[in-house]
Design a protein around this ligand. Sequence first.
Ligand code: AMP
Length: 215
Amino acid sequence: MAHVIVLLGAPGAGKGTQAVRLARARGLAHVSTGDLLRDHQKRGTELGRKAKSFMDAGQLVPDELVLDMLDERVSREDCRKGYVLDGFPRTEVQARALERRLTGNRVDVVNLDVSDETIVQRAEGRLSCKQCGAVYHGKNAPPKKPGVCDVCGGPLVQRPDDAAPVVRERLRVYREKTAPLLHYYGERGLLESIDGERDPDAVFTDLQGLVQGDG
Ligand code: AMP
């Protein structure tokens, strides 16, 4: 039985940071659909080209494209024991597709709860490595050397979709399409929630407590 952990939360709630740590701690794969899509763009694949205009505008990439990409990713060997999903599902269609695929496996769903104000502030200061995708924050989590990635030495840049107007649009899309998933998982008795306003270590401690155990 695989163990799949779904991290929900608005853009900038801390899903990426927590997913990386959790995957490492639990020996699971980290599957970020945003990272996968950015990688497709970088490699200039057909999917990358199709996804670009949606991503640059803060819109969701169409479900069928994301679902095919996810299927391919989670069928790889490193996902056999399980994986941490970061940025998926984002619509009810995606949640239903995931449910069909995961019947019989252990699934934990955790929402990182963060106010809109914090989200805008975090996105504005967020920097990510052009090479490896590691995420920093100019004020809250600065790199050791300004503008340089601690992990791989690559250059740090602001993601185009972290510009203020795009962040506002991503938040609007989140409320319209993704926030209803809280109700969806709540109804199924699957939803746990964590106060994501606190520092990343405190959030991580709570998160680990929630997903512990073999059951
Ligand atoms: P993220 O890195 O998770 O913030 O994702 C960046 C962008 O990629 C989003 O604003 C969407 O345009 C796209 N994206 C990532 N995951 C999904 C998904 N599950 N469904 C649709 N679009 C997605």
